[in-house]
Design a protein around this ligand. Structure first.
Ligand code: PRT
Ligand code: ZN
Length: 191
């Protein structure tokens, strides 16, 4: 049981929320997952849960609004913020993959040269392409990245994959995995 005054930032709603609360409960805390409040105090403790968009969690921890945060490693890596990775939490496992239409002529990473790749992870994709010395055009989209090839907006996508169902449903197949992710507990190293 944590006895000190502490704020933990968790996702307001989405894939991380339920498992984040399971983890918090494992720490001996009694917090209300169903609360829609921005700030919610865990019963009988000095711990407060801050519920926000997952993308904003690193910023809240960086600025010391929250002491700890639970977020996907993919978000932290994309933002490139210098936060401490306290612990891998073993849930929300997925991988960032470049995928292509199943009838695509692209058959290797090198063949992405000159291609248009749609993604919500431009920094991780740029880093990977630079490492491979491949010059491609990155199209940054906030969501529904998987539809970009069928709309002729892109020749490939770079998106999170878990079961592979979304790729399949959109006529895409994996080409290469560029980042492995899972939920992590983060803190500000300067605290
Ligand atoms: O509203 P907010 O901004 O907080 O939530 P969000 O919509 O940005 O995030 P959310 O809840 O979708 O995901 C939160 C985190 O869960 C991500 O940042 C990842 O760390 C992790 N995660 C694990 C996933 C997936 N698995 C996943 N499969 N995030 C997204 N997906 C999507 C993917 O983008 C694709 O559309 O699911 C689809 C692929 O799934 P499969 O099973 O069909 O392959
Ligand atoms: Zn998000």
């Amino acid at each position: 049981m944590i006895n000190q005054k502490l704020t933990i930032a968790v996702q307001k709603s989405g894939r991380l929320r339920a498992e984040s609360f399971k983890y918090i409960e494992l720490l001996g805390l009694n917090c209300d997952e169903s609360s829609r409040d921005l700030l919610s105090r865990c019963t009988g403790s000095q711990v407060t849960v801050l519920s926000v968009r997952d993308d904003d969690i690193p910023e809240y921890v960086l600025k010391n609004v929250a002491d700890l945060g639970i977020v996907g490693a993919n978000i932290l890596a994309e933002k490139g913020l210098k936060l401490k990775k306290v612990k891998k939490l073993g849930f929300a496992k997925c991988s960032l993959q470049i995928a292509i239409p199943k009838d695509s002529k692209i058959s290797s990473v090198n063949a992405l040269q000159g291609a248009r790749i749609a993604t919500s992870y431009p920094n991780l994709l740029r880093k990977f392409l630079d490492e491979k010395a491949v010059s491609a055009s990155i199209i940054t989209l906030a969501g529904a990245v998987e539809v970009a090839p069928s709309l002729n907006l892109a020749d490939a996508v770079c998106d999170l994959v878990q079961s592979g169902k979304t790729l399949k449903e959109n006529g895409l197949k994996p080409l290469v995995e560029i980042f492995k992710s899972e939920a992590i507990l983060i803190s500000n190293p300067k605290k």
